[in-house]
Ligand binder design. Structure first.
Ligand code: SF4
Length: 448
């Protein structure tokens, strides 16, 4: 067994109360994987990676030797095989140097390998009909309204840049602005600011041809001054308002923007937003101020947290789901040096929010080379950190008897579709009291 396989196996055994699939998933997300040429040839017939907001790759497009940016799938499903995995959906983060590779096995099937040894079988997402379609102005649906999470979530990044840019204010883990530039250079149709009409036209096509999508997210970069003459709240509120008028209740409606004052949050609710994600990124005060310097300067950590709590009074705590980027608390030069310290800090944040009925969720940090932290931390955070965090999240969530976060589909290993971290995979869906607690706790009844 190779060195990496040994590490993974030792963590699978040490944390035997977690699904082994989640340990592999976290390792794939933090360090990426590659495709053999044969596997890429097969993947080209499946749903392609749409670059829905950030690059989520460990190499820039300019260093991809096999045109992987155009040929790799959006996600893979780990299943069966040598490790007898239950279905586990993993976002594709490209890294030609990773010890993981998707290959074509002797029987012609796709398989995930680690250091040349087979781990499990791989399935790919079907190419949806709507991905073959374009808007009247010629833009493809993949640009305007791509889907992720195995088709569950329409990801509407309506502003593909952020007005926090440059070393002083851009979040140090984020490559949104650089990714926009590299996608344009590569020739991809990649609209900087999507109009409300474009979104509606794309959704018309999807609504006609698709029955898998259950939710949409409206998001994009922060607007610190104005965009097209509008401030952040005015700019973003137009999208759910128009979508809910055209397709009332067709999808669960989610919004990812900065933590806004309570009047603005009420406005989001009034135009039809059901779930609000005011992402706090990292819990530790010093790290927030350094890594999220723009957010710290324009809003401030204390105010950000206060606004999260106030928004819970508007949406109900179960429908406020702030994200954090798991792993950046261990980034050099400012992060914690030990896994123990990093877990203690992030668990404190989880305890703070979950004791109030708010379940943060996390995205596993992808150290993108076009971001400041990715450049200085190409190896990301240790796998042990990610595994322990996953367990801490599960245990604190269970301790407070919280429902599975709404708007993510079914929870539990073998069912979950959330692809950029494993928090949904480790919820114990077999827990008999779970369904009732979910019913009791969700303020507004939402479909799963
Ligand atoms: S606010 Fe930060 S994380 Fe969000 S898009 Fe801007 S720079 Fe990126």
């Amino acid at each position: 067994m190779g060195q990496r396989a040994n590490l993974v196996q030792s963590l699978v055994e040490r944390f035997a109360d977690l699904p082994p699939e989640a340990v592999y998933k976290e390792d794939l997300l933090r360090g990426g994987f590659s495709f053999s040429e044969d596997a890429l040839r097969i993947a080209s017939g499946f749903k392609p990676k749409a670059y829905f907001i950030f690059s989520f790759d460990l190499v820039p497009i300019s260093e991809m030797q096999q045109d992987e940016n155009l040929r790799a799938p959006e996600e893979i499903c780990l299943t069966g095989g040598a490790c007898n995995f239950r279905r586990t959906i993993v976002s594709v983060r490209l890294n030609p140097r990773s010890p993981y590779q998707v290959q074509v096995s002797a029987d012609g099937q796709l398989a995930l390998t680690l250091e040349g040894e087979e781990v499990c079988n791989v399935e790919l997402p079907a190419y949806p009909d709507y991905y073959r379609r374009s808007l009247p102005n010629g833009k493809p649906v993949t640009d305007i309204a791509p889907t992720i999470e195995w088709g569950y979530l329409l990801y509407l990044t309506v502003f593909r840049m952020c007005q926090y840019f440059g070393k002083k204010v851009e979040c140090q883990f984020c490559d949104i602005n650089e990714n926009y530039r590299q996608q344009r250079r590569s020739g991809r149709s990649y609209t900087a600011v999507k109009s409300v009409d474009e979104i509606l036209q794309a959704l018309d096509i999807i609504a006609d041809t698709d029955s898998d999508s259950r939710a949409y997210t409206v998001t994009g970069g922060s607007i610190t001054s104005s965009l097209q003459g509008m401030e952040e709240v005015d700019f973003y509120a137009r999208y759910p308002e128009a979508i809910e008028k055209r397709f009332p209740g067709r999808w669960i409606s989610k919004m990812v923007v900065q933590a806004q004052p309570v009047e603005a949050v009420r406005r989001f609710r009034d135009v039809g937003v059901q779930i609000y994600h005011p992402n706090y990124e990292v819990w530790d005060r010093g790290l927030f101020d350094t890594i999220c310097a723009g957010k710290a300067a324009y809003i401030g950590r204390d105010e950000w947290i206060e606004r999260i709590l106030e928004s819970a009074e508007v949406f109900g705590p179960a429908n406020v789901i702030p994200n954090f980027v798991a792993g950046i608390e261990m980034s050099r030069p400012h992060g914690f040096r030990s896994v123990d310290e990093a877990i203690a800090s992030t668990s404190e944040g989880l305890e703070f929010f979950m004791s109030k009925g708010i379940s943060p969720r996390f995205t596993t940090w992808c150290p993108e080379p076009l971001s400041l932290l990715g450049k200085s931390n190409p190896g990301g955070a240790p796998l042990e950190y990610h595994v322990r965090l996953t367990r801490a999240w599960r245990d604190i969530h269970a301790k407070h008897q919280l429902p599975a976060p709404a708007g993510y589909g079914k929870p539990g290993i073998g069912h979950a579709v959330f692809s950029v971290s494993s928090f949904m995979d480790v919820i114990e869906a077999g827990d008999p009291g779970f369904a009732q607690r979910r019913k009791d706790a969700v303020a507004e009844k939402l479909p799963a």
